[in-house]
Design a binder for this molecule. Sequence first.
Ligand code: PMP
Length: 422
Amino acid sequence: MTDSKTLFQTAQEIIPGGVNSPVRACQSVQTDPLFVSRGQGSHLWVEDGQEFIDYVMSWGPLLLGHNHPVVNEAIHAAVDRGTSYGAPCKDEINLAKAIVDVVPGVEMIRMVNSGTEATMSALRLARGYTGRNKIVKFHGGYHGHADAFLASAGSGVATQSIPGTPGVPQAVVKDTLLAHYNDLDGVKELFAQHGHDIAAVFVEPVAGNMGLVLPHKDFLQGLRDLTTAYGAVLVFDEVISGFRVSLGGAQGHFGITPDLTCLGKIIGGGLPVGAYGGKREIMSHIAPCGDVYQAGTLSGNPLAMAAGLATINVLATQDYEQLAARTKTFCQELVSIMRAKQVPVQLNRIASIFTLFFTPDPVTDFASAQQSDQSLFTKYYQQMRQQGIYLAPSGFECSFVSFAHSDEDLTRTLEAADKVTF
Ligand code: PMP
């Protein structure tokens, strides 16, 4: 048996940081990653042999749990017919239809291979459609790693966005305007100044990348009204919230319909998929129907389509409300346990996603999320992991409960939380 420590050492020699996506390296929680060998239901096993209750669930896709039999069977059946055609196949239509049927804002949809590709393509489409260049995004909002989205505020002046990483030219983010999540007035100001140059507002209708932050009651409606008034495209990035908050995503839950929607994660059932869809009038501008170019060798891949379709078909039979109620009770108990230890916590939750923030004050945007105490989170993370509970290794991520999590899993998790010392 090779242990994770040895594997990590080997990996670091040939893979930057030893990982293929940065947060996995567990740097912010001052530990090393575990190398996973197998997942089943709500559990995963690591190369060292230890078993964990998983709350990462591949960062959201596995709402049905690891290795779900129906999804697994669909993938096996598909693989026997070949792994890629580079030509249309029936399951592309079937998955598109399964999404169009339940996501209110999606009349037409184009498949891609990741959430990053979905948002990047939606951005180009919004710009091509409106003939405008500027976009609005929110501090702490993550829309994949395309250059234009990797901007943070410079000196508090939105128009002077600076790139959030080397390698992104200033010129690429100069059109990215920043506002604070839940601050509609700030967005109004941006529109008052630049309204007729703004192609799109990109927003996670339920923010999942500063930890979980919920939209205030009128925030999304306000964005809907503003973008409509100025002829800008409202883009909901539902890569996390799609098929998670409800079958119809956050837009179905809140009853607010965007012009374009980005999807990923769950619609691939654990295989690499993204998609962007929306109003027929806008989507008709994509090549070869229209002149906005976007393409992909593996887009609409038959294995990914089969996995996504099977996942959505099973999800349509699941009781989302019951899972939400179970998650709510679990979260309430988790908060009681932490408060009994005199630890300041706030818990944000919707449906089966939540974040426990170590702060006494409500978390409503990136700034308030950043007030949370990362040293307390690190203690919590490390001790939970020692007790077989696998959480996201960052205080700014969501925990994901799946339909596969049993009451026993949840009880064991609470028992572990109760043993954590700070
Ligand atoms: N948008 C959101 C809201 C996301 O959470 C993510 C990834 N977590 C992405 C886009 C990018 O998706 P991917 O990692 O599949 O490129």
